[in-house]
Write a protein that binds this ligand. Structure first.
Ligand code: 13P
Length: 128
Protein backbone atom coordinates (compact mmCIF):
# COMPACT_ATOMS: atom_id res chain seq x y z
CA UNK A 1 0.00 0.00 0.00
CA UNK A 2 1.29 3.45 -0.80
CA UNK A 3 1.17 6.41 1.57
CA UNK A 4 -1.96 8.26 0.46
CA UNK A 5 -5.34 6.52 0.64
CA UNK A 6 -6.20 4.25 -2.24
CA UNK A 7 -8.88 5.66 -4.49
CA UNK A 8 -11.33 2.94 -5.34
CA UNK A 9 -14.53 3.00 -7.41
CA UNK A 10 -17.37 0.75 -6.27
CA UNK A 11 -20.21 0.19 -8.73
CA UNK A 12 -22.84 -2.50 -9.14
CA UNK A 13 -25.74 -3.07 -11.46
CA UNK A 14 -29.06 -3.61 -9.68
CA UNK A 15 -28.98 -7.40 -9.81
CA UNK A 16 -25.47 -7.36 -8.32
CA UNK A 17 -25.89 -4.73 -5.62
CA UNK A 18 -26.58 -7.25 -2.87
CA UNK A 19 -23.42 -9.10 -3.88
CA UNK A 20 -21.38 -5.90 -3.70
CA UNK A 21 -22.80 -4.98 -0.27
CA UNK A 22 -21.91 -8.45 0.97
CA UNK A 23 -18.46 -8.30 -0.58
CA UNK A 24 -17.77 -4.87 0.96
CA UNK A 25 -18.83 -6.20 4.36
CA UNK A 26 -16.03 -8.73 4.12
CA UNK A 27 -13.45 -6.06 3.30
CA UNK A 28 -14.35 -3.25 5.68
CA UNK A 29 -10.88 -3.06 7.24
CA UNK A 30 -9.35 -2.34 3.84
CA UNK A 31 -12.19 -0.18 2.54
CA UNK A 32 -12.10 2.06 5.64
CA UNK A 33 -8.60 3.10 4.50
CA UNK A 34 -9.84 4.02 1.00
CA UNK A 35 -11.36 7.03 -0.68
CA UNK A 36 -14.35 5.47 -2.38
CA UNK A 37 -16.25 6.85 -5.33
CA UNK A 38 -19.50 5.14 -6.25
CA UNK A 39 -22.32 5.59 -8.68
CA UNK A 40 -25.43 7.08 -7.08
CA UNK A 41 -27.60 4.17 -6.09
CA UNK A 42 -24.68 1.93 -5.27
CA UNK A 43 -23.18 4.68 -3.12
CA UNK A 44 -26.44 5.21 -1.27
CA UNK A 45 -26.73 1.51 -0.49
CA UNK A 46 -23.12 1.33 0.70
CA UNK A 47 -23.48 4.41 2.90
CA UNK A 48 -26.63 2.97 4.46
CA UNK A 49 -24.95 -0.34 5.18
CA UNK A 50 -21.52 0.97 6.24
CA UNK A 51 -21.72 4.58 7.52
CA UNK A 52 -18.03 4.63 8.46
CA UNK A 53 -16.84 4.31 4.85
CA UNK A 54 -15.58 7.44 3.09
CA UNK A 55 -17.86 7.41 0.04
CA UNK A 56 -18.49 10.06 -2.58
CA UNK A 57 -21.71 9.17 -4.37
CA UNK A 58 -21.73 10.43 -7.95
CA UNK A 59 -24.65 10.39 -10.36
CA UNK A 60 -26.53 7.18 -10.97
CA UNK A 61 -24.90 5.07 -13.67
CA UNK A 62 -27.56 5.59 -16.36
CA UNK A 63 -27.50 9.34 -15.67
CA UNK A 64 -23.76 9.77 -16.15
CA UNK A 65 -22.17 8.18 -13.07
CA UNK A 66 -20.15 5.71 -15.10
CA UNK A 67 -18.83 8.57 -17.19
CA UNK A 68 -17.93 10.53 -14.05
CA UNK A 69 -15.82 7.60 -12.91
CA UNK A 70 -14.31 7.44 -16.38
CA UNK A 71 -13.33 11.08 -16.03
CA UNK A 72 -11.62 10.33 -12.69
CA UNK A 73 -9.63 7.59 -14.43
CA UNK A 74 -8.62 9.94 -17.25
CA UNK A 75 -7.48 12.53 -14.70
CA UNK A 76 -5.31 9.97 -12.83
CA UNK A 77 -7.57 10.26 -9.80
CA UNK A 78 -8.48 6.58 -9.48
CA UNK A 79 -6.45 3.53 -8.47
CA UNK A 80 -8.84 0.61 -8.91
CA UNK A 81 -12.31 -0.23 -10.16
CA UNK A 82 -14.62 -2.78 -8.61
CA UNK A 83 -17.68 -2.96 -10.82
CA UNK A 84 -20.04 -5.87 -10.35
CA UNK A 85 -21.76 -6.03 -13.71
CA UNK A 86 -24.98 -7.89 -14.44
CA UNK A 87 -23.95 -10.26 -17.24
CA UNK A 88 -27.52 -11.42 -17.91
CA UNK A 89 -29.44 -8.21 -18.62
CA UNK A 90 -29.30 -5.68 -21.43
CA UNK A 91 -28.48 -2.16 -20.19
CA UNK A 92 -29.76 1.05 -21.78
CA UNK A 93 -26.44 2.66 -20.85
CA UNK A 94 -24.28 -0.19 -22.11
CA UNK A 95 -22.12 2.26 -24.04
CA UNK A 96 -21.27 4.06 -20.78
CA UNK A 97 -20.32 0.78 -19.12
CA UNK A 98 -18.15 -0.09 -22.08
CA UNK A 99 -16.50 3.34 -22.04
CA UNK A 100 -15.68 3.02 -18.35
CA UNK A 101 -14.16 -0.43 -18.70
CA UNK A 102 -12.27 0.66 -21.81
CA UNK A 103 -10.65 3.55 -19.94
CA UNK A 104 -9.71 1.23 -17.08
CA UNK A 105 -7.79 -0.84 -19.63
CA UNK A 106 -6.28 2.22 -21.36
CA UNK A 107 -4.88 3.39 -18.02
CA UNK A 108 -4.01 -0.16 -16.89
CA UNK A 109 -6.04 0.08 -13.70
CA UNK A 110 -6.94 -3.07 -11.78
CA UNK A 111 -10.56 -3.88 -12.62
CA UNK A 112 -12.77 -6.55 -11.05
CA UNK A 113 -16.23 -7.50 -12.25
CA UNK A 114 -17.07 -10.20 -9.71
CA UNK A 115 -16.53 -10.97 -6.01
CA UNK A 116 -13.67 -13.42 -6.30
CA UNK A 117 -11.85 -11.19 -8.77
CA UNK A 118 -12.37 -8.31 -6.34
CA UNK A 119 -10.90 -10.43 -3.51
CA UNK A 120 -7.75 -10.93 -5.56
CA UNK A 121 -7.64 -7.25 -6.52
CA UNK A 122 -7.90 -6.07 -2.90
CA UNK A 123 -5.31 -8.58 -1.77
CA UNK A 124 -2.97 -7.33 -4.48
CA UNK A 125 -3.52 -3.67 -3.59
CA UNK A 126 -2.88 -4.31 0.10
CA UNK A 127 0.20 -6.44 -0.42
CA UNK A 128 1.73 -4.48 -3.30
O1 13P B 1 -25.74 1.54 -13.61
C1 13P B 1 -24.75 1.49 -12.92
C2 13P B 1 -23.44 1.22 -13.53
O2 13P B 1 -23.50 1.09 -14.92
C3 13P B 1 -24.80 1.69 -11.48
O3 13P B 1 -25.50 2.86 -11.19
P1 13P B 1 -26.24 2.99 -9.80
O4 13P B 1 -25.24 2.71 -8.72
O5 13P B 1 -26.74 4.39 -9.73
O6 13P B 1 -27.35 1.95 -9.83
Amino acid sequence: MHGSPLRVALVAHDARKDALIEWAGGHLDALEQCEISATGTTGGRLKGAYPKLNITALKSGPLGGDQQIGALIAEDRMDAIIFFIDPLSPMPHDVDVKALTRLAVVYDLPLAHSPRAADVLMWGLRHG
